[in-house]
Design a protein. Sequence first.
Length: 195
Amino acid sequence: MMQPAIQPTLYESLEALPEGVTGEILNGQLHTQPRPSFPHGFAGSALGAELFSAFYKGNRGPGGWWIIGEPEIHFVQDVEVTVPDVAGWRREHMPTPPTGHRIEVVPDWVCEILSPSTRSKDREIKMPLYGHYGVQYAWLVDPAECTLEAYRHDAGVWLEIGRFAGTDRVVAPPFESMPIDLEGLWLPTRLASVR
């Protein structure tokens, strides 16, 4: 008699994804997307570098944060798994970072870089999940439109606390102690097209 085939768990399916594909488990469904485009990756890297310097290292800023790109956050271990483009934890909330790739401490702040293939998922699926699990702040960055939206979660809803575009200086919680020149997140060719 043949034994029934054992179906892999969603997390095992996520781990088996080919190189170059990012997976997340959101509301019990496996979501995948290819690696980001150059403008997407550039915006995330530029923002992460600004925040890392000021809020991790304390250069021109207060320090006191862990800032990391594309962390694998397990709101429920191996069941509810998200990979924001950039995330941050106040060190008092996560005094010691994990040694493995699973992070089970809810971040204080997340940033999603919007792209045509992820825009609706980021807004309609991931933002509610972040709020549900207690993320306090979320930023949405759109490299195609050269915009940054900042939100704070309060009483079960995301409240917009700032909207910035083009060459604006971003002063928004939780990083309001150091202005960020938004212009540095965009490729020069992109910025020229929205001026």
